[in-house]
Design a protein around this ligand. Structure first.
Ligand SMILES: Cc1cc2nc3c(=O)[nH]c(=O)nc-3n(C[C@H](O)[C@H](O)[C@H](O)COP(=O)(O)O)c2cc1C
Length: 611
């Protein structure tokens, strides 16, 4: 079986997706436009009365608005009722289709067809449903698997009437379920021929490319335990690559592809380890070469498997402008000074970011003449690497100790920092560095998080940014913060939302397990959107080495502590730490907090074998 895994559309294309499964089975053709997000998947226990749901995937939760814990144990027919309080099937749901489903399940055969369903908020959905029996070793149907392709339904229904008595979902569920007769399966009915399963008549290639590849890594892990064929299919590396690309985006998967150790591990194992974080560990490495003259307050960033260091503060606050590279692919990695033409003015407190695989972008910082707001770019892979100034129109005010990240492989995002005379800033600017005449654009927002410096900015879910911590203005004071703010830059009118924190109105409380307030910390974005926080300047007796993890994509994001074996660095600063190849964070000069020993580095490996 040979696949062109690059031809897969990736997660971002799914809205306009067309799924074609024609040809493998006569008459089996599925062409769906406007599929909402990834497809839903449900597994029901066929050995229990009324086929209770034992598993739903994230795609199901997102498309229907019901969370797994609200639906596990129920029969899937509640989707035919409009909203969680409706007690019977909606009259627009085609009763003949429902009877056909019942007939197929009674006979232990496959069902495929379209029927009207409803989201939890009452909005109608068209559901292209595939039901397939799954057999145990003794030819008994043990489970039913449902794959749902939800699309918008063009049905005008008006607003959902509220419940007459506001019941908790649990009792509404009881009322709902009890209005249906439990369905039992006779012994004869369950021993039905495997050949009826038309999903299983699909070739391995079609099943993998058109159905399994649309699921998340967790779903694939669940599906693999359903039956032997699915187990074998889910061993396939090409399938796992597609699944990883859908879940993490093509930029991340391409970055991972450049890491030899990640390639050795394989996509399936990598997906598991980066999902469960079971292999995370600290390691200490000694590397050769030297970064001279010695300095602090430089900025580091990763270009593939190379760590690049630019500028910094030398003795007597001397601003530096030299560039060093540490190639971690080398058998004996060592710091090398690289000869580059047209170096930018020296600086410290700036940011260094990587765009598009090999471009380095420097912004702002404090130079000999004071604060800066210039942008310089360098293609590290060019034959003769040369720094080039990007003359952005309408730049933000000069600043240092701001935060930056990159978006879409084309844009630099700059937020906050410290302006002249110590004023803290709260603005967010975007610059598309690929444009001929780039223009800085301030992200307009009716409300902004309090101004700050030393915070972190991470990107998740494609175009969402997450701000954490920093030294923030709080009335007349400046306090360390542990607040989390997010903004979705793909929205027409992006706005800041407070996700969790202690001091913000409307914010969730981090409930004790959240990271203590800090600035100059490290924020690492994991594939799939989770953010790891550690290090920085923390008040009191708290250890800066403790790792905290947050999934901003959860409905109620909650901080968790991540206990990691190995010896962590005692100090870690955001500007001197970078993520290499998506699988490890390299902390430079974290020994004493004062002496910057750049030949002793700490590595936080996110996956095993990622050396
Ligand atoms: C695994 C599985 C998934 C199902 N998914 C859906 C669904 O997404 N939407 C729906 O309306 N019915 C779905 N059904 C069908 C209903 O659960 C139920 O079998 C159908 O309504 C016929 O039974 P009834 O007449 O007792 O309601 C699913 C059934 C199974 C076994």
């Amino acid at each position: 079986m040979e696949w062109d895994s690059d031809s897969d559309g990736g997660g971002g294309d799914e809205e306009e997706e067309e799924v074609e499964v024609g040809g493998a089975v006569p008459g089996f053709s599925l062409a769906i436009e406007g599929v909402l997000g990834s497809c839903g998947m449900v597994v029901s226990d066929a050995l229990e009365p009324d086929f209770p749901i034992i598993y739903v995937n994230r795609g199901f939760e997102e498309a229907t608005g019901y969370r797994a814990e609200e639906v596990l144990g129920r029969n899937c027919r509640f989707l035919q009722c409009r909203g969680p309080f409706a007690q019977r099937r909606h009259p627009l749901v085609d009763a003949t289709v429902v009877s056909e489903i019942r007939r197929c399940i009674d006979n232990g055969t496959d069902f495929r067809g379209d029927l009207l369903n409803f989201r939890k908020d009452g909005s109608p959905l068209m559901n292209r449903l595939h039901l397939t029996p799954i057999y145990g070793d003794d030819e008994t149907i043990t489970h039913y698997m449902g794959i749902q392709f939800f699309t918008k339904a063009n049905v005008e229904l008006g607003p959902l009437p509220g419940p007459i008595i506001k019941e908790p979902v649990k009792s509404a569920r009881f009322a709902l379920d009890s209005s249906f007769q439990p369905m039992s399966m006779g012994p004869g009915q369950s021993n039905l021929c495997r050949d009826y399963s038309s999903i299983f008549q699909l070739t391995d290639e079609v099943l993998c490319q058109s159905i399994l590849s649309k699921l998340s890594p967790r779903d694939i892990a669940s599906v693999s335990s359903v039956c032997r064929r699915l187990y074998h299919l889910t061993r396939n590396e090409d399938l796992w690559r597609m699944v990883c690309q859908n879940a993490w985006g093509s930029e991340t998967t391409q970055a991972l592809e450049t890491v030899p150790a990640a390639r050795r591990l394989g996509w399936g194992r990598l997906a598991r380890e980066l999902t469960t974080l079971e292999a995370v560990a600290w390691r200490k490495l000694t590397v050769g070469g030297a970064v001279e003259p010695s300095r602090c307050n430089f900025s580091a960033c990763a270009v593939g498997n190379r760590v690049v260091l630019f500028g910094g503060e030398g003795v007597n606050m001397q601003p530096m402008n030299d560039t060093f590279v540490l190639d971690l692919n080398a058998s004996n990695p060592e710091w090398r000074h690289i000869n580059v033409s047209s170096a930018p003015p020296g600086r410290w407190g700036h940011t260094l970011s990587c765009l598009n695989g090999s471009w380095l972008v420097v912004f702002g910082g404090c130079g000999r003449q004071g604060l800066l707001n210039d942008v310089f770019m360098l293609d590290l892979d060019a034959k003769h690497p040369t720094w080039r100034e990007i003359p952005g129109v309408a730049p933000p005010v000069p600043r240092s100790w701001h935060s930056s990240c990159t978006l879409d492989g084309t844009k630099l995002v700059v937020s906050g920092g410290c302006a002249d005379s110590g004023v803290l800033l709260s603005d967010t600017y975007l610059l598309d560095v690929t444009m001929d005449r780039p223009v800085w654009r301030e992200v307009p927002a009716s409300w902004k998080p309090p101004s700050r410096l030393g915070h972190s900015m991470s990107v998740y879910g494609g175009r969402k940014i997450l701000m954490f911590g920093g030294l923030a203005k709080s009335g007349p004071l400046r306090l360390r913060s542990s607040d989390v703010f997010t903004m979705d830059l793909s929205e027409e009118e992006p706005c800041w939302r407070c996700l969790t924190g202690s001091g913000m109105p409307g914010a969730g409380n981090p409930a004790g397990s959240g990271p203590p307030p800090r600035l100059d910390h490290v924020a690492v974005s994991l594939p799939g959107g989770r953010i790891l926080i550690f290090g920085g300047s923390v008040a009191g007796l708290h250890s800066a080495s403790q790792l905290y993890i947050l999934d901003p994509t959860e409905e109620k994001p909650t901080w968790r502590i991540l206990n990691v074996p190995g010896r962590p660095p005692r100090f870690a600063w955001g500007h001197s730490t970078c993520v290499v190849g998506g699988t490890k964070a390299i902390v430079l000069g974290g020994q004493t907090g004062e002496e910057w020993m750049l030949t002793e580095i700490h590595e936080l490996s996110l996956a095993s074998n990622s050396v």
